[in-house]
Design a protein. Structure first.
Length: 268
């Protein structure tokens, strides 16, 4: 009877406080950028701290300074913090670390869809290619669904057929671009961290430089790397320094039909 009552109490607590995830409840969850964590040290109120994990992956704690949390489970992070406090400051430190806010997860859908933009990844379950395209309003009449470009946060590019590979599970940070079938020979694709990723058409003059191409894709978003971009051309990856072009240290880079411009996230 007591055992069953305890199980019910735990279940009710989990439903009422889903955001307070303890190490025991999420042994396998790995902390990531933009997660907000709260640390409590028993009988040491002045050491309590609530902080968001930044791009560096570190969080600053009282007395012990910066501790890298990104990629660690809560249990691993607790153990490291406990060890640092016990090394120089406390005896038998009782540290509790919890997640009080999770980083938003998202994918970007652009190109020949009716409502291009950012799609939030569900908190539970998965998001597949077909579902992401549907949430972007579905494809337009001119879309080429046989060669949809999916770019991961690491920069890897894979093409998928929506009909045969629509169940492909996407990951946080993926960028999906639906190309336009009738303009393959007179357009390029701009993907990644721009405001309106998708198809950019060549002007009537036939020349399109990389700065103009990015501008036509809505320009950089707030977290874009504005110093250099990658251009995928006929299976080759070309690193283009926008900083050198703007300072006249390098010649202007001109696009070719079928190019894919990849604007990555800034590391700083």
């Amino acid at each position: 009877m007591l055992k069953n009552l305890l199980a019910v109490c735990i279940a009710i607590t989990a439903m009422l406080f889903p955001s307070l995830l303890s190490a025991a409840d999420a042994k396998e969850y790995q902390l990531q950028k933009d997660d907000t964590v709260k640390m409590i040290v028993f009988q040491e109120e002045e050491l309590s701290r609530e902080s968001q994990i930044g791009k560096s992956g570190f969080v600053s704690f009282p007395l012990i300074g910066n501790v890298k949390l990104i990629g660690k489970t809560l249990k691993e992070a607790e153990a490291e913090i406990k060890g640092l406090y016990e090394k120089d400051y406390l005896v038998n430190a009782q540290v509790n670390l919890s997640v009080v806010g999770y980083a938003d997860k998202w994918v970007i859908v652009g190109g020949d869809v009716r409502s291009p933009g950012t799609i939030r990844y569900p908190e539970e379950g998965a998001l597949d290619l077909r579902g992401a395209v549907a949430q972007a309003g579905g494809v337009t009449e001119t879309a080429d669904t046989s060669s949809i470009v999916v770019r991961s946060k690491s920069g890897a590019i894979v093409r998928y057929n929506l009909q045969s590979s629509g169940s492909k599970v996407l990951k946080h940070g993926d960028s999906i671009t639906v190309p336009r079938s009738t303009l393959k020979q007179s357009s390029i694709t701009v993907s990644g961290n721009v405001r309106n990723p998708g198809i950019v058409n060549f002007p009537k003059t036939g020349k399109l430089d990389i700065l103009t191409a990015i501008a036509q894709a809505g320009d950089f978003d707030r977290i874009a790397n504005k110093k250099d971009v990658i251009v995928s051309r006929s299976g080759r990856r070309i690193l283009v320094s926008l900083r050198d072009i703007k300072s006249s240290k390098a010649k202007m880079f001109y696009m070719q039909p079928g190019d894919i411009v990849i604007v990555q996230e800034s590391r700083f």
